[in-house]
Design a protein around this ligand. Structure first.
Ligand SMILES: Cc1cc2nc3c(=O)[nH]c(=O)nc-3n(C[C@H](O)[C@H](O)[C@H](O)COP(=O)(O)OP(=O)(O)OC[C@H]3O[C@@H](n4cnc5c(N)ncnc54)[C@H](O)[C@@H]3O)c2cc1C
Length: 469
């Protein structure tokens, strides 16, 4: 026999890892060669922030397996075929990838490996229920979240698996983990202009141990009040598991198992995990939705383009719109590589409905900066907010930045934390456009770039036009 090869991608952990179990079985006493491939095609849309976080995930994985992670660089089909034939390995095992480019790449890799006599095994997925599994009674994909969730719960997550007894076989690397940051992000859109690229100084701890600790801390505390606190900007009321789920340093099955049997907060948390799975399912059935509105008629919506529009986009991305809660959220993205869910909805709504810009511009910036940047959740979070996606609510819903601040940051604590120049201005003034800065209150803060009421009316006018065709 010869060792099997386990190709890590979005599953950078050892526990609850069905593909690892399969690799152990196939490798037998010859063990498992663990590999990660630096594939520029896949690293290109990630900015330096997510690349830095990914590098830390890989370092943690490597140290958990006794430094035996092999790092290759180049086209995975060529790299893995050369590795497998060199070792005489008969099996390459992966966790299934359901993103549109991942599916194409895996098809190519499988074809090339199999032509060389090496079998390619796709085992499990980064989800509790594999995309494409939940179907309606007619056998068609389910289009709305409520129905998806009911069926998803019945199919249900399977049991959590322990770490297997495994012997990892080290093979010489041809690249290093730190090369990854240099190779990421070579497709920076010209639209970003002079927007900052440097990663935040304090990214969260990465790797399986950090993910497990985050889950434990959440389950022992905030989960009970999650249903309420998850909406509050200044309260650390959510799990912060998204970057860990993104890179598979924890599996959602493990998170659901830890929450199962809990109270109302736990049930809401499991429901949010189901949203992640719903969006993966929607993307699986509609790979074009990365670029095109899910609701075709919404492609008629008129958006602003040209140099002025691009400059407005950059003002938004820098968090300098003069609308405090929008700016605080955009600055949180720059400062942490993460943004509160309500901030994501609000800033997306502002870009689309108050600035009349294309949702895809905002989605690209999020994918560039977020450490949890995930094609399915991001695309459909944006489409939901734009009213072009899966949302059953009226397409003309427009978030009011002031009303959102009054409800979810009433004392302005989050605004004060993210925009120090507004620290001296108390609520309710600081919640208003311009942050209450006037002749009496001087502060280094921009005047509002738009009048909220005027642009809301303009958005409704454009949306009405779309509806009428
Ligand atoms: C415009 C927009 C863009 C988004 N982009 C991303 C993205 O790139 N990556 C990403 O992981 N999430 C994205 N989300 C979803 C959500 O904002 C984040 O998952 C959440 O804020 C992460 O914080 P948390 O882990 O503390 O979440 P928690 O509230 O603790 O939720 C637990 C988990 O449930 C999932 N989840 C929660 N809310 C959602 C949601 N609305 N949609 C899908 N899954 C959800 C996440 O995996 C999350 O980690 C986006 C939402 C919007 C509105």
């Amino acid at each position: 026999m010869a060792p099997s090869i386990l190709w890590f991608r979005r599953d950078l952990r050892l526990s609850d890892h069905p593909a690892l179990h399969e690799a152990v079985r196939l490798g037998g006493s010859d063990g498992v060669v663990p590999v990660f491939v630096l594939d520029e095609e896949f690293l290109a849309p990630a900015g330096p922030t997510r690349a830095t976080f990914l590098a830390s995930c890989l370092e943690a994985l490597e140290s958990s397996m006794g430094s035996s992670l092999t790092i290759l660089s180049g086209d995975p089909a060529a790299e893995l075929t050369a590795l497998a034939t060199g070792l005489g390995a008969a099996h390459v095992v992966v966790t299934g990838d359901y993103g549109p480019s991942g599916v194409r790449r895996d098809h190519r890799v499988a074809t090339q490996l199999e032509a060389a006599g090496v079998r390619f095994h796709r085992v499990s997925s980064p989800y509790c229920v594999e995309p494409g599994t939940v179907l309606g009674s007619s056998g068609a994909p389910v289009k709305v979240f409520g129905a998806f969730r009911r069926r998803w719960e019945v199919i249900g997550p399977h049991n959590v698996l322990p770490v297997p007894d495994v012997s990892f076989v080290p093979v010489a690397s041809t690249a290093s983990i730190r090369d990854l940051v240099a190779r990421a992000g070579n497709r920076r859109p010209a639209l970003f202009g002079d927007l900052p690229d440097a990663p935040p100084s304090g990214l969260p701890a990465a790797g399986e141990a950090a993910a497990t600790a985050a889950l434990e801390a959440f389950v022992q505390g905030p989960i009970d009040t999650y249903g309420h606190d998850r909406n509050l900007f200044a309260v650390p009321g959510t799990s912060r598991l998204s970057p860990h789920l993104r890179f598979g340093t924890i599996h959602p099955r493990t998170a659901v198992a830890a929450a199962a049997g809990g109270g109302e907060g736990a049930a809401t948390f499991i429901s949010e995990i189901a949203w992640r799975e719903f969006y993966a399912d929607v993307l699986h059935h509609h790979p074009d939705s990365v670029r095109e509105p899910l609701q075709a008629k919404m492609s008629r919506l008129v958006v602003d383009v040209g140099p002025d529009a691009e400059e407005r986009f950059r003002v938004w991305a820098r968090g300098e719109t003069g609308i405090p809660l929008v700016d605080a959220s955009m600055r949180q993205l720059l400062a942490e590589g993460w943004m509160h869910n309500r901030g994501r909805m609000l800033t997306a709504s502002f870009l689309i409905k108050h600035l009349h810009l294309d949702w895809r511009w905002g989605a690209r910036w999020f994918m560039w900066r977020l450490i949890d940047g995930d094609l399915a959740s991001n695309t459909h979070g944006w489409q939901w907010t734009a009213g072009t996606g899966t949302d059953a609510a009226p397409y003309y819903r427009i978030f009011s930045p002031v009303a959102q601040a009054e409800r979810f940051d009433p004392r302005g604590d989050f605004i004060h934390a993210q925009i120090p120049s507004l620290a001296e201005i108390a609520a309710p003034a600081v919640l208003q456009p311009g942050g209450g800065v006037d002749l009496l209150h001087q502060a280094d803060y921009p005047a509002p770039m738009v009048d909220l009421a005027t642009e809301r009316a303009e958005a409704l006018r454009r949306l009405e036009e779309t509806k009428d065709g």
